[in-house]
Design a protein around this ligand. Sequence first.
Ligand code: DQA
Length: 181
Amino acid sequence: MPSTWHSPPWVLNDVMSSPTTSPDPLVPHGPASNIVLLVHGPNLNLLGHREPAIYGTATLADHVAVARATAEERGWALDDVQSNHEGVVVESIHGARGRCRAVVINPGAFTHYAYALTDALAAFEGVKVELHLSNPAAREEWRRRSVVAPVVTGTIAGFGGVGYRLAVGAAIDLAQQAASR
Ligand code: DQA
């Protein structure tokens, strides 16, 4: 996956033109491969600088590296995308259909209101893990509701950066269990 997916908004055109982010969702999709798609929503590009007392000092690149190492230890690949734009996040999930066997997503604040993201995840047929660095259930009232929780396989929250290892490991475990049935 191109590293431009980490890029700031001024290269958004590159992101939008990525073949993976803009698939035709109506084209029949083939069998998925051993790929985890790791998705980050808004403001998570600021990790390491943004409210470090809550989110820690590790950067997004640090977390992605941990997630990728976890996948590669299991012989899987990991693609990743971060966007502050709901449509890009939705289209990245469309692009995972029939291509990736699992999605791990930290939707950021989209967690709490983005129904288009709920619908996109519902249309993804593989394992889906919702991941948060903090524990939203222990924070402000408005963070306590997740609109994606009803359509994901499970949620990992409150473990900081350790959550990446847990989430990617769990996603691969479940995908492999499903394949062996
Ligand atoms: C977050 C929790 C969300 O409530 C918040 O909007 C974020 C980060 C987390 O990882 O703890 O941006 O998803």
